[in-house]
Write a protein that binds this ligand. Sequence first.
Ligand code: GTP
Ligand code: MG
Length: 295
Amino acid sequence: MHKNQSIIICFTFKAKSKFEYVRKFEQSDQLLPQCWLVVRVDGRGFHKFSERHEFAKPNEPRCIRLMTLAARRVLMEHRSILLAYGQSDEYSFVLHKDTNAFNRRASKLASLIGSLFTSAFVFNWSICFPDRRLLYPPAFDARAVAYPSVRTLRDYLSWRQADCHINNLYNTAFWSLVLRGGLSANQAQERLKGTLAADKNELLFSQFGINYNNEPEVYRKGSLLVRASLLDSQVDAVAEEASVGDNVPDVGEASVEEVSEIAAKVAKAEAESASTLLHIDIIKDKFWTENPRIL
Ligand code: GTP
Ligand code: MG
């Protein structure tokens, strides 16, 4: 670099424009220290999105797979995420309480995780829906919240799993009445008004021969992705294929030595970022006491 050039760059770097003061309008949104951070993404208008894309009712397995592929991508990219829990059109990502990722800024964390999740959802669409065109670009909102203790964090996760259970039981009963019982949506809604969980279980069994407890766990419990390196107990992991572009480096014109070096790096990155997919109870203590290194 020419001597004069460096002087000019130095000068322009140091000089503050008269507009600089507007920075002061930016508010700090740093989340509290030593709190567990949770970023939850949720599909915008997925009621309409699922109708337009003719999702199976009440559960579309291809969409569940796509959501999990997108979540895996987020875990690969953001190493301070310990686990993620997803159900319906949402995924919650839990970051370690000591993380300093993005200076713990709520807007940075939420926007980066939300946008990566959304782009990965679109990027992998054709893998999960090879015969269905994406009709318009979906969006996911994202929020970041700090939880001050393991208790509040676990209560947060329990809340999301309880939501999964309540909605799935209702939806299973509702769509059985409509699709198999021949009721209109209004009639099914009326039929289920005021019913308790036991009533819905009984209705499913007596009218449709469905034992709700035998419904697939992925629908009843949602999906938990945990960093494999943090698991202690023997768990029934669910195998899944990788998504397009996962850990596939562009080796271009690289030599044999360079390619093997890249392959070794990829293998290391894969081992570090590996996550295990589970469909299990996270409300009871069992999973947490058997895997004490997660939280
Ligand atoms: P906002 O999040 O407020 O924008 O509204 P939303 O329409 O996304 O509703 P919400 O997030 O409360 O709920 C998600 C909705 O997505 C459900 O009510 C269903 O209508 C739909 N949905 C999610 N997963 C499935 C699925 O597997 N099959 C079908 N048929 N619908 C689904
Ligand atoms: Mg939604």
